[in-house]
Ligand binder design. Sequence first.
Ligand code: AMP
Ligand code: MG
Length: 420
Amino acid sequence: MSDLKPPRLKNDCFALPPGVDWTPVDDALARLKERLTCVVGRDNVHVHGALGRVLATEAVAVRSNPPAANSAVDGYGFAHASTGDGDQELPLVDGRAAAGAPFDSTVPAGHAIRILTGAVLPAGVDTVVLEEDVTSDGERIAFEGPIRQGANARKAGEDVEAGDVALAAGTRLGPAELALLSATGVTHVSAFQRLRIGVLSTGDELAAPEETTDPTRTYDANRPMLLSLVEDWRMTPVDLGHVPDDRDVLRARLNKGVENCDVILTSGGASAGDEDHVSALLGEAGVRGDWRIALKPGRPLALGVWEGVPVFGLPGNPVAALICTLIFARPAFGVLGGEGWHVPQGFMVPAAFEKQKKPGRREYLRARMLSDGSVKVFHSEGSGRISGLAWADGVVELPDGALHVTPGTPVRYIPYASFR
Ligand code: AMP
Ligand code: MG
């Protein structure tokens, strides 16, 4: 038997090397925020094709919503002044007012008119009584007063007035924003071009399932994950493929990538090891920032600028790659794409788990919200456990300091959807 012994496990194998200052997550984010600027152009687009676009200038309502006073219910309209307290009886005028079929003469004082939801209030009508609160023989209606003036009627412009700012510059247009623009007569907006995000995988071991079943090879999980994430965020994914651990090939691919990308996400090779060509190459170009960030998972994060294009050198590990993308790249994409710094909405909710967290770095745990509003974390913190990413519907962010979480401790849960 040889006396060659495997190295002893260190007490804390994540202990920081002496003298090395790890940048806290918040400092790293503040630096990113301060250094980045908008890099995309703008163009005039039709609202129908604007989903996910970011407004470059505020959108001003062309017309009011609603454009005219109208009824909020099916019922009967009249002048409030014609009514009072106690039992009321009003004769009906001939005809009716319906949405898209207005009544175009005046309803005389002391009369009522059949009116349907969305119908413009005819002249002489300022109040509507709900159909359910009325009895009618077709000639007259009876109901109990008093009815509040303006009841069941929507005023012109009560939602938005023509000339109001409907949406501020920097707003990302989702379905609700498109509804608002459409309702207020805005057909075209000035929007930033979608941020083009290159995604490149690095590593000799990587392959596609179609290529090989060789168990020494690893199927590329990061590229489909990151490309689809970009698509989900309604930015433009650019597939830069896969390169081996070869500095020349990587250099050539980055040179090609910067031609049609505004920012590049690489994964793998971001540490300081022999085969960590991304960080080495960014360093060689003299443009690598010193980004040793105190977070788990995902310590090796190389940030640099290649021919003017920011490069996020993500760790290869898919769990770490996703976390770093959500936490660092997403807010940065906001600035680069004209939306401004994007802070994901988190929620303080009770923990449904127990964990003794050490001080010194922020931690992100794969998490899932339960129906009682508490949050559970994945049973393993193993950073190669991609199944945990799929199991989760968000992350729990534990602060930089030490923390003993027990069931019921409030923790910050950030749903994946908050990063959109
Ligand atoms: P690296 O950051 O290059 O040292 O890689 C760390 C770990 O992540 C290694 O086990 C790699 O095989 C793995 N890895 C790197 N890139 C990918 C990828 N695109 N898909 C899946 N695993 C990856
Ligand atoms: Mg590698």
